[in-house]
Ligand binder design. Structure first.
Ligand SMILES: CC(C)(COP(=O)(O)OP(=O)(O)OC[C@H]1O[C@@H](n2cnc3c(N)ncnc32)[C@H](O)[C@@H]1OP(=O)(O)O)[C@@H](O)C(=O)NCCC(=O)NCCS
Length: 351
């Protein structure tokens, strides 16, 4: 059997911090409401010098350093994003141009679920034997499409990128199971109109179609609570594990009440649930890999740990997977030595 171990991870967020106190001056909201309804205290917002590409490249370099590899070692780059810097060409090609190397490169579009979709795609290439080393990135700069006069959405989102290197292993490491799903009929609950190739029905309508995120928060909330718990539970079962075997839940960081519901469904205590949305808000496709990179950088993950990744978002789409952490079975003895030397704790790139 060939498996696809995660051998490196990294993250990057913009420097600019947008606090709840600042939002109070922009829209009719308050810190108490935002924290009690969402758990978010601050988020990072891309400045003029930041882009989906620049954040992706920083996260990718951190992941490669963690794995002890260079861009020339990578054979495929998959980027999950719904906010590429350009539509033509792919975000993955823009990232490859900055990184160097000659890896094949393409994007996966599944909004906030995108990273788990992309990890599945990248892992399949490794498991099937087509490639030995793949770079998977989740990156978004959604704040470029947020209306900062709309209090129902502007409090939620932040920007960032997370990256992982996956490599062939002969031991059960990396993604052990995946559950993916979509309800395209629910697209109207979370979307950004006027941001694509479609021609508006009438030129007069065009000015009314704003390229801003539109959201029916309550519908998305109900959907998220249902699919996060169900998908995570199904992924655990598909991996042949029980809830007791799970060492950590790494959920999409959208809302602490949604995360709590998913944790309850898996009967996981609070200390086994990774939450960092208080500092980053909802970073879309970047949220799961940022959380994972932080957990790794803080030394919270151990060889052989079973992690559940789960995400939901626009589509409406969702995805969950069980990942077994560690580098056992990767034919690079120096990798285990690097872990032993404490490289594990040096990956986070929060610049
Ligand atoms: C958006 C969300 C936080 C709103 O929380 P909620 O408890 O559902 O709140 P409601 O929409 O019912 O609004 C309750 C009241 O708060 C008000 N309100 C909405 N946003 C507010 C804000 N930022 N500050 C203060 N009040 C706000 C509403 O206008 C409403 O007032 P009303 O009762 O006078 O009509 C919540 O629905 C949510 O997180 N949904 C999921 C969104 C999500 O995760 N999207 C991304 C998916 S990847």
């Amino acid at each position: 059997m060939r498996y696809a171990a995660i051998t490196g991870c990294g993250m990057a967020v913009p420097d600019r911090v947008l606090t709840n106190a600042e939002l109070e001056k922009m829209v009719d909201t308050n810190d108490e409401w935002i924290v009690s309804r969402t758990g978010i205290r601050e988020r990072r917002v891309a400045g003029p010098a930041d882009s989906t590409t620049s954040l992706s490249v920083k996260a990718a370099r951190a992941a490669l350093a963690h794995a002890g590899l260079t861009p020339d070692d990578i054979q495929l780059i998959v980027v999950a994003t719904c906010t590429p810097d350009q539509f033509i060409v792919s975000e993955a090609c823009l990232v490859q141009a900055e990184l160097g190397g000659s890896a094949a490169a393409f994007d996966v579009g599944a909004a906030c679920s995108g990273f788990v979709y992309a990890l599945t795609v990248g892992s399949m290439f490794v498991q099937q034997g087509l490639y030995d080393r793949v770079l998977v990135i989740g990156a978004d700069t959604l704040t470029r499409f947020i209306d900062y006069t709309d209090r129902s959405t502007c409090i939620l989102f932040g920007d960032g990128a997370g990256a992982m290197v996956i490599e062939a292993s002969d031991q059960p490491r990396g993604l052990l199971s995946t559950v993916m799903g979509a309800d395209g009929g629910g697209n109207k609950h979370l979307y950004a109109p006027g941001w694509g190739a479609i021609v508006p029905e009438s030129a007069e309508l065009f000015p009314e179609i704003r390229p801003y995120m539109q959201m029916n928060g309550q519908e998305v909330f109900r959907f998220a609570v249902r699919v996060m718990g169900d998908a995570a539970a199904e992924a655990v079962q598909k991996a042949g594990l029980s809830f007791d075997d799970i060492d950590m839940l790494i959920p999409h960081q959208a809302n602490s009440r949604i995360i709590d519901a998913a944790a309850r469904r898996l009967a996981l205590p609070r200390e086994k649930v990774l939450v960092n949305l208080d500092r980053y808000g909802n970073t879309s496709a970047a949220s799961v890999p940022i959380a994972l990179a932080e957990a790794s950088g803080q030394g919270k993950l151990n060889e052989g740990d079973n992690l559940v990744l789960v995400a939901f978002g626009a589509g409406l789409a969702w995805a969950a997977g069980v990942v077994r952490w560690g580098v056992a079975g990767v034919p690079r003895p120096e990798l285990a030595a690097r872990r032993g030397a404490g490289v594990l704790a040096a990956i986070s790139d929060g610049d």
